[in-house]
Write a new protein. Sequence first.
Lengths: 125, 217
Amino acid sequence: MAASLQPRLRVDRQQILAFRQRVGALDERMPKGAQSLRRAAWAGLQDSMPRAALLSLHARVHGIGSSTLDDPSLAQLWGPRYNAYVVAKRDFALFSLGRLPDDAKGASGPSARPSSCTRISPGGE
Amino acid sequence: MTDREAGSALRIGNSLRYATTTGTVAIRWEGARAPIVWTVDAPEIDADTARRELARRYLHVFGPATAHGLARWAGISRRAATAAVTSLEKALVPVRTPRGDEWLLAEDEPALRGAETATAPARLLPSGDAYFLLDGTERELLVPREDRRRRLWTPRVWPGALLVDGEIRGTWRRAQHTLRIDAWERLSRAAREAVEAEASALPLPVGDRAIDVVWES
């Protein structure tokens, strides 16, 4: 859906990048805790490259250690585009069931794989 | 049980990952071996509710954005993405950006209007980090120069991105304890020191050895 209403707000590149860095906690690290881990993983943390999710957490949260992915508030799954992702455990359904193909509600399978699903894969798969 | 063992037992080969959209398959993958898989309880919310919240998450982190962008990022159909965004329409505001008209969560409008450039000195973003997990013209917004886009979004495995003072200013790759940085421009001494401090703080299992930073440019 393209935005079809008359925009009341015009923004430039700098505003957008600053906004994304702020909401993505890339301007300032958050104190460590279940809430900040969830915020850091608000759109999931892609983990296709070994330890990528851990480093994404480190970029956003203080006190991340090599075993942080074992935190009980986190879970790992095949998420967007069927890549490995780390998400907050309480958000598991969003990144899994939320991608259930319309024509496969109850019958997901390879044929339901979107043709575009590899276009933004960092592994070049 | 690994995904391969489960796929073999179920006679579905490598297709097990497509069952993830049932919401009942969890994994543990640490990079070197096949993922361990197991089932979890079915979610308590329905698929439409989950997708609507997924769209809300996307619009917050990647906004201003479009339904087509959601489709690409999530790996869902454009129809499904459009339906999800449409269901949020009362919570959205249209925004004119350098890419055209896009959507923003209304609750994010004050933050976007007030977004100042308070930036971190340096961050080493890993391959696939959400900040540059972009496609098409989204990439042009983040990295205006085409030659630099080619160095970040490579045809094969992407490098990490070097975020310095709010801009992507290079890439990085690591092998064991050596981290190689390809800076796209001359960085100040303070910026280089900030990058090296970030490198030394990476939570990586490299034993007692410190990370060695190699500036390749």
